[in-house]
Design a protein around this ligand. Structure first.
Ligand code: FE
Ligand code: FE
Ligand code: ZN
Length: 279
């Protein structure tokens, strides 16, 4: 089964996102629980969730994916920024319990000069504080491009965070792989997809890979930049991305586009991928 969707605005609620997804040929989607800059969370209404569930079951949706605010930096050198990250993270995880099919993705953060050895224990400390809130939710660390002082551009860094976290069973703590980010980080998924996935399996474990962000990239291989491009218009190219979604190791994992598109553009990319997917 190909679970394919894109990032949608959560302004109209869950049922509205479900209906929009259906309109553009999607059967999953990604959303923010609050303003991406970290503002107040929107109220989640039971009626809205009930209506969403009807749409999701009728159209056989895969798991949907919440994305943490971009301002959430669990390894900031500023203690008050880390405290803010922990509070938002914990509050988001509490809210997630009311949403069916719960994946919560976050960026491990930027260490802003502290160094990776200081950053990783700080990330683990926040995970240890918030993970008890995630009773039915799987928390995912996103693979990053390594721009600036970002943590999580090497599989080893994600594996270390996961192994040091107290609550870390694969159904509790996993990884979301972003194709633009890993390619920018120096993993050649265009020419060596099998090898990259083998490496992921060896270091992190493919059983932890529970969501995919499918993006082309505006910048070249190993650029350590994070500039998403529409499918086929960037350095990865449409062929590599089609090969990617057809890889046997990635079957059934929900895939979301984060390409620079409006709904119409997303619909076209979803059609392109569905037309080139072999069941
Ligand atoms: Fe992200
Ligand atoms: Fe992403
Ligand atoms: Zn990105």
């Amino acid at each position: 089964m190909l679970y394919l969707g894109c990032h949608l605005s959560s302004a109209g609620g869950f049922a509205a996102m479900g209906k929009t997804a259906v309109k553009i040929g999607a059967n999953t989607f990604q959303f923010f629980l609050r303003n991406p800059r970290g503002g107040a969370a929107k109220e989640i209404k039971d009626e809205d969730i009930a209506e969403y569930k009807k749409v999701a079951s009728e159209y056989k949706f895969g798991k949907i994916l919440a994305h943490a605010p971009y301002t959430l930096n669990p390894c900031s050198k500023d203690a008050s920024t880390r405290e803010f990250a922990q509070n938002v993270f914990a509050d988001d995880l509490k809210r997630m319990e009311n949403i069916p099919g719960n994946l919560y993705n976050f960026h491990p953060g930027s260490h802003v000069g502290q160094g990776i050895d200081v950053a990783i224990p700080q990330i683990v400390e926040i995970l240890d504080a918030v993970m008890p809130e995630a009773k039915n939710t799987t928390v995912l660390l996103e693979t990053m491009s390594g721009k600036g002082s970002e943590v999580g551009s090497r599989f080893e860094e994600l594996a270390e965070i996961i192994s040091k976290a107290k609550i870390n069973a694969p159904e509790k703590l996993g990884v979301c792989l972003d194709t633009c980010h890993v390619y920018s980080a120096g993993y050649d998924i265009v020419n060596h997809l099998d090898e990259v996935l083998e490496e992921f399996d060896k270091i992190i474990g493919l059983n932890r890979l529970q969501a995919i962000h499918l993006n082309d990239s505006m910048t070249e291989f190993n650029s350590h930049k994070d500039r998403h491009e529409c499918l086929g218009k960037g350095s990865l190219g449409a062929d590599a991305l089609i090969k990617f979604i057809n890889h046997p190791a990635l079957r059934g994992i929900p895939i979301n586009l984060e390409t620079p598109n409006e709904l119409e553009g997303y619909a076209e990319e979803i059609t392109l991928l569905r037309n080139n997917y072999k069941e």
